[in-house]
Write a protein that binds this ligand. Structure first.
Ligand SMILES: [Zn+2]
Length: 186
């Protein structure tokens, strides 16, 4: 059901973002529910993703990992497209959707021309996270409901944190929005 829509070129372009580095912006109205772009990259195992990035420092900004399921991680650092540049927001206008083990960014609501696209990274917490993990993944999306971190769940209460180059820090392990996972058990 996805393939027909995918062939359309999404009305988006990359330019500098106030939130962080480069961002992806709508160049025309994008309707609620539209499938905007697929999150593309090399599909690797979790072990391979760990091997590639375990030695990277926290200020590395070239790691773009997206967890598909227990077996597969998309490394958009290899053959990735513009989707890897879409920033995080705690009050996003897009969401990530996993469909047949592929990941897409879809519009949560109508998006006006010039608006920056964003989705909630929901970066997973792990037992091995260092104590400063919330600072590493601090969020400065500016939304009224900002929870202060790109991590999910927000273990700590959201509060203002020093603005660091959050997205560029460490390994990014985003997962699809929990509310919209379509495949069962995958
Ligand atoms: Zn935020």
């Amino acid at each position: 059901m996805a393939s027909a829509k995918q062939d359309k070129i999404a009305p988006i372009k990359v330019r500098r973002s106030k939130v962080h580095g480069s961002g992806v912006f709508a160049t025309a109205t994008i309707r609620k529910g539209a499938r905007i772009i697929e999150y593309i990259g090399e599909r690797v195992s979790h072990a391979e993703a760990d091997r590639r990035y375990e030695s990277k420092t926290e200020d590395d900004n070239h790691t773009f990992l997206f967890i598909v399921d227990r077996k597969t991680v998309i490394d958009a650092g290899v053959n990735g497209n513009e989707a890897r540049l879409i920033n995080h927001s705690c009050e996003p206008n897009c969401e990530s959707v996993t469909d047949k083990r592929r990941v897409y960014i879809e519009a949560l609501r109508d998006i006006a021309p010039g608006e920056e696209l964003a989705y909630d990274y929901q970066i997973q917490r792990e037992d091995t996270d260092p104590a400063n993990i919330d600072e590493v993944f601090a969020c400065r999306c500016g939304a009224a409901s900002c929870r202060g971190t790109m991590l999910w769940p927000a273990k700590r209460p959201a509060k203002k944190r020093r603005a660091a180059s959050a997205k560029s820090a460490g390994k990014r392990r985003a997962k699809p929005g929990a509310g919209r996972q379509r495949a069962s058990g995958r």
